[in-house]
Design a protein around this ligand. Structure first.
Ligand code: FMN
Length: 147
């Protein structure tokens, strides 16, 4: 079956606090495990960036659900492409919270200390997700299905 990756950015809703994000992750990990979707969610400066990978049909289905979620707006599809193998095979949905450790990555890719979704392009998105993830292994929340 063909596998794909998909990356989007969005703006979190006003009431998106850590409790709300925990709920999002709980649902994401449960559903993604059922659908064999893996990936990473990054939350910084009130923006989300999410990387999803799995069977193309499942990725499209989950993304379509996510776009209807009113816990975020300004959803922008940055990149989707077929892939040979997964990058985050062990993670139903890893989570990367904001951290000072990640500022150098913002500077490298976004020319800013703050996360700036407008600087994310199809060319750099996967590298950014990968570098963020690699920088912060200890901060990934353990999900029941993760790790
Ligand atoms: C930023 C963000 C990321 C999300 N990521 C996922 C995800 O990876 N997988 C998933 O199933 N749901 C995810 N959700 C939740 C979905 O939008 C949706 O609530 C969930 O799939 C349940 O769908 P249903 O209400 O149609 O049953 C995410 C929501 C938000 C706001």
């Amino acid at each position: 079956m063909e596998q794909s990756k998909l990356i989007y950015t969005s703006t979190a809703c006003d009431h998106c606090d850590s409790a709300e994000i925990d709920k999002i992750l709980e649902t994401a990990r449960r559903v993604n495990l059922e659908k064999s979707i893996t990936g990473v969610l990054y939350f910084s400066s009130n923006y989300f960036m999410q990387y999803l990978e799995g069977d193309t049909g499942s990725v499209e289905e989950i993304y379509s659900r996510i776009t209807q979620d009113d816990r975020h707006t300004n959803i922008r599809l940055v990149d989707t492409a077929s892939i040979e193998e997964r990058k985050f095979a062990d993670w139903a949905m890893a989570y990367i919270p904001q951290s000072d450790v990640l500022v150098p990555i913002h500077l490298k890719f976004m020319d800013s200390t703050e996360f700036n979704p407008e600087a994310i392009t199809a060319d750099n998105a996967t590298d950014i997700v990968w570098e963020l993830y690699a920088q912060l292994p200890s901060a990934h929340y353990e999900g029941s299905s993760g790790g």
